[in-house]
Design a protein around this ligand. Structure first.
Ligand code: ADP
Ligand code: MG
Length: 696
């Protein structure tokens, strides 16, 4: 048997073979190791299978019986087909019903023995009888292996077509019985003891085939001590990797900037405002980092409009004064352009050279970048592509981190000898999570908005109230203010009934012939968008109809009203980002969410939160609750490995414990020399993501 179970192909487990191996691959199972960590999604108590006559109404139960009929019934006058399975165990009859799944019929034959698991209810018409709607079922084909499938708490795994629940369970049983004893313990015993965690073999055995008296409810919540232990493993590997990355960064040599702050003072004297306390504090963190002889790796978190850009610009002044180049990388062209437009005049007035580098810009001053003639480079991903060579990149600023991952940051760093890295994000996330997701970074928060801001008032309107929205628009424009109208799509297609930006614009033109109305969307050329944005900013338009391209960055203080059409279709974070485009000046601003019936509960929750709160942290937390961590962060984007068992929201306490232990361990033994097995599984865990240990 191969020493490492991740090299042991699942195909060679008894009962698998090449064909089923392919099916298992579809479930993400290649190796025995994958299978070990492929946990049941629920458990069923079959230690206590009731006689059908003993079933009670309203409870989830499992019963056994022989099929006496299997037929599809059409309800007259209704477009509904019901597949009905009737079974008998000698004590009574039980019916299973499946709606609009006539193909189920071919799965059953009379005389077969089956198990049905579901909620038991009365027939709604007769008020008597025993029925289950859409029960889980299992056909008992081979009595010889019934010790796997009966008289115990059985695991139920997600399967794929071509593989039944029962086959899957047999495979897992064989796998567990041959392999679990070969799993090595990688977590130090003292840590396990500290948190009273059971050992690895027992944990794996118990989550797949639990002992008879295990609490079913705990099992189904994934909350037994055995589940916890496996979650801990994953979280520990995650944190250990982050700790190693961070330790590596700390040990690396970087630039020790030694500024007189001449340019910084000049910049501050040119700003039309004073920094907030929070901006000062965060810049101070940055300055301390920049002076140290190790590379800075700092995350700046701050809600939309809190003024992150100027803080970044201040850091760039420090670099420039010390003779180093800086790069500012944004996730979209329009945002890169916006940054460029905002800072280039100020910067050139100070005698510095700045350029922009994006995919669509033909002019690419690569020579001047390579020669060091240019001090500040603003751009998109284009910045980290091959062919771009810096003379001496000292500081890299990455705006809107949530679209860049650990990997891209690493690429950017490779462009130079360990530049200082500053990452900025407007996606506020709870602190413990931030520590983990950006675990290799230090962390500062700008938790204060500039004093001239007034919170945006958010209102929910429905289709019927359109007239009052038109009145609202008219009043604001008459006052000299400007309006955004945001649509979810550009052009109407026949398939959807979404109101599109182009038809929306012509509608508004008819309603308001006296107003100047513009249109901006993502399919326009960057240059065209820039011109439109600039003209809106200069007040040459009253109403700007747009898609979500205005989501990030663009700043028009005179715009005080935003109408979001089909607000029920937008995600929470996206709504918050959009709303951040208004309320950026001294006037009271309004965000109107126009929702079209009938939206679901989840949409209602999102809209409610938007109306109630302007607090980005609160909104992000809700978003996280609604969408769950996987979707919220998108692990691919964050660059951290996928978690199969743990859930960083549900297991927050465990996460903190794992973090504490991991960082302590890496502090004592940065290369994990004393823990070769653990180091190996750590490298496997992070494989393909990033190299953790630079030295061998
Ligand atoms: P974000 O953090 O969302 O990126 P920006 O950096 O774009 O925010 O800043 C938003 C606006 O606030 C900009 O117009 C900026 O000039 C302005 N601003 C930044 N700091 C201050 C401040 N301390 N006082 C007043 N306005 C500020
Ligand atoms: Mg910004």
């Amino acid at each position: 048997m191969p020493k490492d179970l991740s090299d042991f192909q699942i195909q060679y487990i008894k009962g698998v073979g090449p064909h089923r191996a392919k099916l298992l691959n579809r479930l993400g199972i290649q190796s025995v190791k994958d299978a070990l960590y492929y946990l049941p999604y629920r458990y069923e108590d079959r230690s206590n299978i009731k006689k059908i006559s003993d079933l009670t109404y309203g409870n989830l139960q499992t019963a056994y019986g022989k099929v006496i009929s299997a037929e599809v019934i059409k309800l007259p006058g209704r477009n509904l087909k019901i597949f009905e399975l009737t079974v008998n165990d000698g004590s009574a009859l039980l019916k299973g019903k499946w709606f609009n799944q006539p193909f189920m019929k071919k799965n059953f034959k009379t005389g077969q023995e089956v198990l049905l698991c579901g909620n038991v209810r009365r027939n709604p018409y007769w008020g008597i009888g025993l029925e289950m709607d859409n029960p889980e079922y299992e056909i008992i084909s081979n009595a010889g292996d019934s010790f796997i499938h009966m008289n115990r708490i059985v695991p139920v795994y997600r399967v794929t077509s071509g593989l039944t629940s029962r086959q899957m369970r047999s495979i897992m049983y064989n796998m567990a019985h041959t392999c679990i004893k070969d799993v090595c313990e990688t977590i130090p015993g003292e840590i396990l003891k500290r948190y009273a965690l059971p050992d690895i073999s027992a944990s794996l055995a118990q989550v797949h085939f639990p002992e008879i008296n295990t609490d079913l409810e705990l099992l189904n919540r994934g909350a037994t001590e055995f589940h916890k232990r496996l979650s801990f493993d994953e979280l520990f590997m995650l944190e250990l990797g982050l700790a190693a990355l961070k330790k590596g960064n700390v040990l690396e040599k970087g630039i020790a900037f030694n500024p007189e702050k001449r340019l910084l003072k000049q910049l501050l004297s040119m700003l039309p405002f004073r920094l907030t306390k929070a901006q000062e504090r965060v810049f101070n963190d940055i300055l301390i980092d920049m002076k140290r002889p190790h590379p800075m790796n700092r995350l700046i978190q701050g809600d939309v409009g809190c003024g992150k850009t100027v803080v970044a610009l201040m850091a760039m002044m420090i670099a420039a004064e010390c003779g180093y180049q800086s790069a500012l990388m944004a996730p979209t062209e329009i945002l890169a352009e916006q940054h460029f437009i905002n800072i280039y005049r100020i910067v050139e007035d100070m005698g510095l050279k700045i350029c922009i580098l994006t995919g669509s810009k033909k002019e690419r001053p690569l020579d001047s970048i390579a020669s060091g003639e240019i001090d500040l480079i603003v751009g998109t991903h284009a910045l980290i592509q091959e062919g771009v060579v810096f003379k001496n990149l000292g500081l890299a600023v990455i705006d809107e981190q949530h679209r860049f991952g650990v990997m891209q940051r690493a690429l950017l760093k490779k462009k130079a000898m360990n530049p200082d890295v500053l990452v900025m994000t407007a996606t506020p996330i709870p602190r413990t999570l931030a520590l983990t997701l950006y675990g290799d970074l230090d962390y500062s928060v700008i938790d204060e908005l500039p004093p001239d801001r007034r919170p945006v008032t958010t209102l929910l309107f429905h289709e019927k109230q359109k007239e009052s929205i038109y009145r609202f628009i008219r009043e604001e424009v008459k006052k000299g203010r400007q309006v955004y109208v945001v649509y979810p799509v550009i052009e109407e297609s026949e398939k959807t009934d979404l109101r599109s930006a182009t038809t929306g614009k012509s509608g508004l033109e008819k309603l308001f012939p006296e107003f100047r109305i513009g249109l901006i969307h993502g399919r326009m050329k960057a240059q065209e968008r820039e011109d439109i944005m600039a003209s809106f900013k200069q007040g040459e338009m009253d109403i700007l109809v747009s898609t979500t391209v205005i989501e990030v960055g663009v700043d028009v203080p005179n715009a005080t009203l935003m109408i979001i059409i089909h607000a029920e279709r937008f995600g929470l974070s996206q709504l918050h980002q959009l709303r951040g485009r208004i309320g950026r000046g001294a006037y009271q601003s309004y965000c109107i969410l126009l929702a079209y019936e009938h939206y679901g509960d989840e949409a209602r929750r999102r809209l409610d939160i938007m109306v109630k709160s302007n607090d980005g942290f609160r909104i992000a937390e809700e978003d996280l609750n609604i969408r769950g961590p996987g979707e919220f962060f998108g692990t691919r984007q964050s660059g951290i490995p996928d978690l199969r068992i743990a859930n960083i929201v549900r297991d927050a306490i465990l996460l903190n414990e794992a973090r504490k232990e991991a960082f302590t361990l890496i502090d004592k033994d940065p290369d994990l020399k004393g823990y070769p097995l653990m180091r190996e599984s750590l490298e496997n865990f992070w494989a393909g993501k990033i190299e953790l240990f630079k030295t061998g």
